[in-house]
Design a protein around this ligand. Structure first.
Ligand SMILES: Cc1cc2nc3c(=O)[nH]c(=O)nc-3n(C[C@H](O)[C@H](O)[C@H](O)COP(=O)(O)OP(=O)(O)OC[C@H]3O[C@@H](n4cnc5c(N)ncnc54)[C@H](O)[C@@H]3O)c2cc1C
Length: 454
């Protein structure tokens, strides 16, 4: 764990140039920030989008998290629509995404053999074969290209290489942000601020309440020159022998979900969403370095074993680890409402639901910090307890949160209202108009209790 410093220096105050004045500034261009920026811009706001790295996409591209899931409720009801669908359609057109056709979303061994190695399975269901569902395997560079197209087409003022460092707060209102660049510190003035950093950097800097969450971290990686047909044929023809090899592979990597390798849209390239490493704080530079070193040792250990032992992996080579360490959870907002594990597990419906994922609903209040105006959050750091976040942080629902946040800031600006006074019903209406499902209409399996409605 990170060492606590006992020595401090005072840095001198300086004049900081204002490089943009905008209706809305979005900080973080991951899945949530991208959709927030596009949604706000399409609703008529001038939008500046800040990102610390050279690419768009956050964990989806730089973190190489290459399957979109939590998109369907029971019965294959697709619940993450709107901008999520646009992303998928555009990636498909660029040969950058693969998913099963609806008629193949079934629970039988034939479909299992065809689709499970694409990650299109309902991993919440026990028992084999698990159902094949609508989930999307994609290529990280296709994600980056589509993101850039959407942001440019929407007229968003994009500023990459800009690391958020401080929120500007006056009389309880956030009025802009300061970021660090190669040219020194730069300020952006804004009427509305959307924190989509995933780590709650902006809201915590502005004084919002939060808890410190933590979960496993992962140096995701890809292998190339894998004969996936051969590997699958061996697995299905020799299930017991394969199981033994697989067990040893997973022991070498030291922590993986059910399948440690999945296919990608690039032939011969497999995605490895492992190893699972615990005890690392995703905010600490020392811990993140430690995880990079440990993760790389583990992945090479696995590669050597796979090359020597697993049919289909004889010529496998390391294509590379993700540019960004896979951080699942750090700071979580303690906002106007904190979503609990019970809410998620019981499929609790909220009257002010503005977006949803799988079978859970996100109330508008869970995007709003307490006591600070002009600030809204979207993404994995939303107001949720640590256990509930582990069940509700996948890419598509984070994108839907971003889309809803973009709508909310536009409604607030157009009506000259504080964000907390925006009527969630109006957000729901606009989300529907944009083709997104805000979760206003509970599905048949939702828990709807008048007494608990917002
Ligand atoms: C290893 C791993 C495996 C996962 N597996 C899956 C999966 O199979 N399917 C799935 O759907 N989801 C999966 N997830 C979850 C999912 O990837 C994340 O929850 C999701 O990407 C969150 O989106 P976000 O936009 O909230 O945050 P992020 O994706 O973290 O994006 C945050 C963005 O903000 C930027 N940023 C952060 N701080 C600053 C700053 N100070 N200044 C400027 N910019 C900043 C970052 O660079 C990044 O671009 C996985 C996550 C991990 C880590």
């Amino acid at each position: 764990m990170a060492e606590q410093t006992k020595e401090y220096v005072l840095s001198s105050s300086q004049q900081i140039p204002v490089v943009a004045s905008t209706d809305v500034v979005v900080i973080g261009a991951g899945p949530a920030g991208l959709t927030a920026a596009v949604s706000a811009a399409r609703n008529g706001c001038s939008v500046t989008l800040l990102e610390r790295y050279h690419h768009l996409g956050g964990m989806a591209s730089g973190g190489m998290v290459l399957v979109l899931d939590d998109m369907v409720n029971e019965g294959n009801e697709i619940v993450t629509t709107g901008i999520v669908n646009e992303f998928v359609d555009r990636m498909v057109k660029q040969d950058g995404a693969v998913f099963p056709p609806r008629e193949e979303c079934l629970t039988n061994w034939d479909m299992w053999q065809k689709w499970s190695r694409w990650g299109c399975i309902d991993f919440h269901k026990t028992g084999m074969p698990q159902p094949i569902i609508h989930a999307v395997a994609f290529d990280p560079d296709a994600w980056k290209r589509v993101s850039l197209d959407l942001v440019v087409e929407a007229g968003v003022n994009l500023r990459l290489h800009s690391w958020f460092s401080e929120a500007l707060v006056e009389n309880g209102k956030v009025t802009g942000v300061i970021c660090q660049t190669k040219l020194g510190r730069q300020a952006i003035r804004a009427d509305m601020v959307i924190d989509a950093t995933g780590d709650l950097d902006v809201a915590s800097s502005a004084g919002a309440s939060f808890i410190n969450g933590q979960y496993i971290v992962t140096t995701v990686f890809r292998l190339m020159d894998v004969d996936t047909d051969k590997a699958e044929a061996y697995e299905y023809a020799n299930p017991e022998a394969y199981k033994k090899l697989d067990r040893e592979a997973r022991r070498r990597i030291g922590g993986a979900w059910g399948m440690w390798w999945l296919k990608t849209p690039l032939p011969g390239v497999v995605w490895c969403n492992c190893p699972h490493m615990s005890g690392y704080d995703g905010l600490s530079p020392e811990d993140m370095l430690g995880a990079e070193i440990e993760g790389r040792e583990r992945m090479m250990n696995l590669l050597h074993f796979a090359r020597e032992n697993i049919p289909g992996f004889e010529n496998a080579r390391m294509l590379g680890a993700a540019e960004q360490l896979g951080i699942r959870q750090t700071r979580l907002l303690k906002g106007e409402y904190v979503v609990t594990k019970k809410d998620v597990a019981s499929r609790r419906h909220f009257a002010d639901s503005v977006c949803r994922g799988r079978d859970y609903y996100t109330p508008y209040r869970a995007l709003l910090p307490k006591g600070i105006d002009n600030l809204i959050v979207a993404g994995r750091h939303y107001s949720v307890d640590s256990d509930a976040q582990k069940l509700s942080r996948e890419i598509p629902p984070c994108m839907s949160q971003g889309e809803a946040a973009g709508v909310a800031v536009a409604l607030a600006l157009n009506s000259n209202k504080a964000l907390r006074d925006v009527d969630a019903k109006l957000i729901q209406k606009q989300m529907r108009a944009q083709g997104a499902d805000p979760g206003d209409i509970p599905s048949a399996n939702a828990l709807v209790e008048d007494a608990i409605s917002a």
